[in-house]
Design a binder for this molecule. Structure first.
Ligand code: RB5
Length: 152
């Protein structure tokens, strides 16, 4: 499985730890930056990862900034992306089981690298439940297409 990782300066330290962890676990990693703690703008990195996932260049993406908020908002602007910001194991599990999230977002100033690795492992190894959750994911796609009726 090929995974893109991207972060701003606030998520840089966490990205480095996650990248190393993924490589140790046998995943192929595409690192879109940033490559230092110098201040950069998170939308650029959220977009780079999201675009690779949306275009099918990689299987999944992981985005990180200080809180995980800005970069998850940015990634979610790309059609086809379901980026889930997670801070604990339950959220990481549900991001996979219920939301079929294709991008995981985390905050480098919110969680430790050790917790981050656990969340990534849970998200990558938990299957999507499908069923009623597939219907809900389909509704998200309809919002993107502008086809969801008012009041639904
Ligand atoms: C950068 O200081 C910080 O705003 C950014 O990393 C992130 O937390 C934004 O949501």
């Amino acid at each position: 499985m090929k995974i893109a990782v991207g972060a701003d300066h606030g998520g840089f330290f966490l990205k480095e730890a996650i990248k190393k962890f993924l490589e140790e676990e046998g995943y192929e990693v595409v690192d879109v930056g940033t490559y230092s703690e110098e201040s950069v703008d998170y939308p650029e990195y959220g977009y780079r990862v999201a675009k690779l996932v949306a275009d099918g260049e990689v299987d999944r993406g992981i985005v990180m900034c200080g809180t995980g908020i800005g970069i998850s908002i940015s990634a979610n602007k790309v059609k086809g992306i379901r980026a889930a910001l997670v801070t604990n194991e339950y959220m990481a599990e549900m991001a996979a089981r219920h939301n079929n999230a294709n991008v995981l977002a985390m905050g480098g100033r919110v969680i430790t690298p050790e917790i981050g690795k656990r969340l990534v492992k849970i998200w990558l190894t938990t299957p999507f439940d499908g069923g009623r959750h597939q219907r809900r994911v389909n509704l998200i796609s309809r919002i993107e297409e502008g086809k969801l009726e008012k009041g639904v």
